[in-house]
Design a protein around this ligand. Structure first.
Ligand code: CA
Length: 513
């Protein structure tokens, strides 16, 4: 069913849940005092786009409700039609982790969605890539400059010989030496590096460039049964830098020849591993982009795919809504375990969850982390949660998984790649040029104004939901089809067209020495 687009000038707000006592202003650039909405509500002050106005009078200390949930209490009496900015909202405590309902509202599985396919690169281990990339691992930061030097030559001298290979990517990072390698939390960066090399987009071709004296032995990044996968700079057989670079080039050449044999073949949508993330969120994130992504995520789950959502500090304040959806007690407990681990991690650093919201979030109308979290978890759709991954663990299950990561865009992206993600859907309200070299990223704007202004950076405009141009269902289907197109290489997202990609960033919660 098509909805008639509303005229741009008509004042419009969005109320999401019948229990809500605030709504957000839709119109570009906001609305002035005196604006009358069709239902008779009159603004008593200017309200910027995406910010909240009170729908009724709210007493001091009374709950402020959005998404049907309490996002805080009023710090002073608020009149209907006033701007409810962050200063007028007192943030509630985070839900206690020992009192959560687990697996009490497990959604029934949705009917299977059959017949949807994409053109992917099937690997020997059964996984399927969406790109054909040579990923070269490093065991320590010391070798990064050398590898970058070699990759420049590989790209200009070797890559042209192998037209079926998309790219060569150095998996560089700041880990490997000068770190407490036996500390319990060192498992996170080490596991991440091990699993990154196994990302399906790299086709199982393993090559590690190491130094020789580092704490993280390069052997630890080579899976069992793989031989001759290490170039060690301090190896006494190398007579100088030129010989080292030649050795990297030769090793790369052999692997490029193998990767060049890969061909796309028709694969069921169930072979997809999709990561979901947001960055630069605004108050529309939970109204347009995240609901569209959530609808597409439900379709992917129905088609049998693996989908992961992440960002612990952005789900922590809505965790009570997630543990109920866990498929069983074990998965629910794993969710609680990851929240508790992160609470302790933040406490150790003298921070808490309120450190998450950025100045841009607040300018975009998000008053606090509770409001941000309620909008963020909408990405996970409505299906049951079938699994939980600790940071950097590889996904083995199908369905909707929670992959525990920090909310930092680059760290979340890196950890999702380690978990086997082959395509990421990234929602943004404020706008970001984010991209990953290892996997395509579809950027979804929460507002049409951003999608228009950044027409050559944003791939999908979910703002059409706010203007009434399209429904959540229609945008969800359109996004689902775009995911299949991008996974097939038929459509290139903007970050790949420009070749703008963020650095990999490891999550190292362990001490540095
Ligand atoms: Ca993020």
């Amino acid at each position: 069913m098509k909805h008639e687009p509303v005229a741009a000038a008509e004042p419009r707000y969005i109320k999401l849940n019948p229990r809500d006592n605030v709504a957000i202003v839709v119109n570009d650039f906001g609305l002035p005092a005196g604006t009358k909405f069709p239902d008779g509500l009159e603004l008593k002050s200017f309200v910027p786009q995406g910010h909240k106005t009170a729908l009724v009078d709210i007493d001091q200390g009374a709950p402020i409700v959005r998404y049907g949930e309490v996002i805080g209490t009023a710090t002073s009496p608020i009149k209907a039609g006033e701007w409810v900015d962050e200063a007028r909202i007192e943030m509630p405590e985070a839900p206690a982790l020992d009192k959560l309902e687990i697996a009490t509202v497990v959604p029934a599985p949705l009917p299977p969605l059959e017949g949807y396919t994409f053109e992917g690169y099937r690997n020997a281990d059964g996984s399927v890539g969406t790109k054909n990339v040579l990923g070269i691992s490093t065991s320590v930061q010391c070798v990064s400059g050398t590898l970058e030097f070699a990759i420049k030559r590989i790209k200009s001298e070797l890559l042209p010989k192998y037209p079926n290979v998309d790219d060569v990517v150095g998996l560089t990072h700041a880990y490997g030496c000068g770190v407490a390698i036996t500390a319990p939390d060192a498992v996170v960066p080490i596991r991440t590096l091990q699993n990154l090399a196994l990302n399906p987009n790299f086709g199982g071709e393993i090559l590690v460039v190491g130094l020789g004296c580092e704490k993280l032995a390069p052997e630890r990044l080579v899976p069992e049964g793989v031989d001759n996968a290490i170039v060690r700079m301090q190896d006494e057989a190398f007579d100088g830098f030129g010989a080292i670079v030649e050795s990297i080039m030769e090793a790369a050449d052999r692997r490029l020849a193998q990767l060049n044999k890969r061909r796309r073949e028709t694969c069921p949508a169930s072979d997809l591993v999709i990561g979901l993330q947001c960055g630069g969120s605004d108050a529309f994130s939970g109204v347009t982009a995240n609901p569209a992504v959530g609808f597409a995520a439900d379709l992917l789950v129905q088609a049998g795919a693996t989908v992961m959502f992440s960002e612990v500090t952005e789900v922590r304040d809505a965790i009570q809504l997630l543990t109920r959806r866990a498929i069983n007690e074990e998965v629910g407990r794993a969710l609680v375990r990851e929240m508790a681990w992160y609470d302790a991690y933040l406490a150790r650093g003298g921070a808490d969850r309120s450190a998450n919201t950025t100045p841009g979030n607040k300018k975009g109308g998000l008053a606090n982390i509770v409001e941000k979290a309620l909008g963020s978890i909408v990405k996970s759709g409505s299906t049951l949660i079938t699994g939980v991954l600790a940071p950097g663990e590889r996904a083995k299950q199908k369905g909707m998984l929670f992959a525990a990561t920090p909310a930092s865009d680059f760290i979340c992206g890196t950890l999702q790649l380690a978990s086997g993600m082959t395509l990421q859907v990234f929602t943004t309200g404020r706008g970001t040029p984010y991209g990953l070299a290892a996997a395509p990223v579809i950027k979804v704007a929460t507002r049409s104004e951003l999608a228009r202004r950044w027409k050559d950076l944003i791939d999908f405009d979910a703002g059409r939901i706010a203007t009434g141009e399209m429904t959540i269902e229609e945008t969800g289907w359109e996004l689902f089809n775009l995911i299949l197109d991008v996974a097939s290489g038929r459509t290139k997202p903007w970050s790949d067209r420009w070749g703008i990609h963020n650095d990999l960033t490891l999550f190292n919660p362990a001490p540095v020495t």
